[in-house]
Design a binder for this molecule. Structure first.
Ligand SMILES: O=C(O)CCC(=O)C(=O)O
Ligand SMILES: [Fe+2]
Length: 323
């Protein structure tokens, strides 16, 4: 598997194919497309709800302004995912809903019983899918099948988050591919595994090949989820699993027509007290990992104490938001 032919994992394939493909994908591109996932209907309903929310007046949306615990509404220009580039401002708005959030913590639209049920059911379906993938991944590493899932317990201590994203239409014209405007800065995700839903053929998502430093577009396919590995797996595998560096740019093909984009991300995250110590797996025991530029921010603590998932999250969030 490589950046020239992006990995596709089919959940209807046989177990050994899935296990082998996962091992290849996590150690090369750090992301893959997932086919036959069963979330299609719910995904469409979630996009309709997200669109209705983002069309509300700003004053209503700001009633649930992002909290220091990372819950709520993030307005355009507030988040900079590329913390190494302090001038960068992301041209997007977003809303974060943790799986542990109760309806009375949410905006009226999301708290309506049918919408709250839609959100909760969608979160649970995303969680179940992540757990299925994490069990296959444990098989890939020949460790206990529940090794990863037991560190992602569902319930009040769950740190999983659903994020609705909206990139408003702009009038920007892009001269050429070298000068595309950045809608979400280059970053790796903070968590373990992310499910990313794209919509309406609106592209712009790109992943970096760290070896060649070339960005590759991740085309949107309505029937496939984009799955990527995050920082937590880079810690757990001592760098063998790649935390995919990605960004969102203004797609060239949308110079004509609306360039508005909606996307939805579900971030799997271990329970906060989980230690980020490397897994003991014979599959990676003999492999040397060379730290590259992009992994440095994750694996800088060689001689320091092992940190927890919660500490890692706090470190990354502090660098991301402007309040
Ligand atoms: O909107 C997208 O396609 C990507 C969003 C993203 O990477 C993120 O929120 O972490
Ligand atoms: Fe991301």
């Amino acid at each position: 598997m490589s950046f020239s032919s992006f990995p596709i994992i089919d959940l209807k394939a046989d177990r050994s194919t899935i296990v082998q493909s996962l091992l290849n994908a996590c150690s090369t591109t750090g992301f893959f497309y997932l086919r036959n996932h069963n979330l299609h209907g719910a995904q469409e309903r979630m996009f309709s709800l997200a669109e209705a929310y983002f069309r509300l007046p700003l004053a209503i949306k700001e009633q649930h302004f992002i909290t220091p615990e990372d819950r709520g509404y993030i307005r355009v220009g507030q988040e900079n995912l590329d913390s190494a580039n302090i001038k960068q401002i992301d041209e997007k708005e977003a809303f974060n809903i943790y799986t542990s959030d109760k309806s009375d913590q949410l905006p009226v639209l999301f708290a309506q019983p049918n919408n709250y049920k839609l959100i909760s059911d969608f979160q649970r379906a995303c969680y179940d899918l992540c757990m299925e993938l994490l069990m296959y991944l444990a098989d890939s590493f020949e460790i206990d099948r529940d090794y990863f899932t037991s560190r992602h317990k569902w319930g009040p201590d769950s740190a999983d988050k659903l994020r609705l994203l909206h990139y408003p239409a702009t009038q920007k014209k892009i001269a050429n591919a070298e000068h595309q405007s950045i809608r979400a800065g280059a970053h790796s995700d903070y968590g373990s595994i992310t499910l990313l839903f794209q919509h309406n053929q609106k592209g712009g998502l790109e992943v970096l090949d760290r070896l060649t430093n070339i960005w590759h577009p991740i085309e949107p396919y309505e029937d496939m989820i984009v799955v990527n590995f995050g920082d937590i797996f880079e810690y757990w595998s001592n760098g063998f699993i790649k935390s995919a560096v990605h960004r969102v740019v203004m797609p060239v093909e949308h110079l004509t027509g609306s360039n508005e984009r909606f996307s939805i991300a579900y971030f799997g995250f271990p329970n906060h007290t989980t230690l980020l110590s490397p897994i003991l797996s014979k599959v990676i025991a003999d492999r040397a990992f060379e730290k590259d530029e992009h992994a440095k921010h994750v694996l800088v603590h060689n001689n320091e104490r092992i940190i927890t998932a919660g500490e890692h999250l706090r470190m990354r969030l502090n660098k991301t938001y402007k309040y």
